[in-house]
Write a protein that binds this ligand. Structure first.
Ligand code: ZN
Length: 141
């Protein structure tokens, strides 16, 4: 039985029935940030609150990565197993943009402004068999 572990603590709720990305919102000026920060990037205020971000947004911009990234951005691929993948920014209601991998890598199926949902899927498998879970953006069918 393998465990599923989050790629980093504090990025999203895990384990959870309906996992959600975790951002921070400044209670002074209202600016939201992801990943969550202890102070506001806009006004430097310390009065920030962690909140679950919406699970759907629109694709703000995107590209397809066609060469293998270096560690730690590599999910365990080798030159033999590497497949190009989509990467982009999802703009969420409430004014925060989140960068992440896309589940789709076919440029014909991607366009700016399309609706996408945040999904949580295995990113790589550790030597001990643990599945490392990360977040991805998936086109809403
Ligand atoms: Zn602020």
């Amino acid at each position: 039985m393998s465990n599923q572990v989050p790629i980093a603590e504090g990025l999203f709720t895990w384990p959870a029935a309906n996992p959600a990305l975790l951002g921070s919102r400044c209670k002074s000026c209202g600016i939201a940030a992801f990943p969550a920060a202890k102070s506001c990037m806009a006004c430097s205020g310390q009065n920030v609150e962690i909140e679950e971000l919406p699970g759907r947004g629109t694709l703000w911009t995107w590209t397809v990565q066609r060469f293998m990234p270096k560690s730690p951005y590599n999910s365990g691929e080798t030159p033999e197993t590497f497949k190009p993948y989509g990467v982009g920014y999802l703009e969420l209601p409430g004014g925060v943009r989140v960068e992440g991998r896309l589940t789709e890598n076919d440029p014909a199926k991607l366009r700016i402004g399309m609706e996408m949902e945040v999904v949580f899927e295995p990113y790589r498998t550790e030597d001990n068999g643990d599945e490392v879970i990360s977040f991805f953006f998936k086109p809403v069918a």
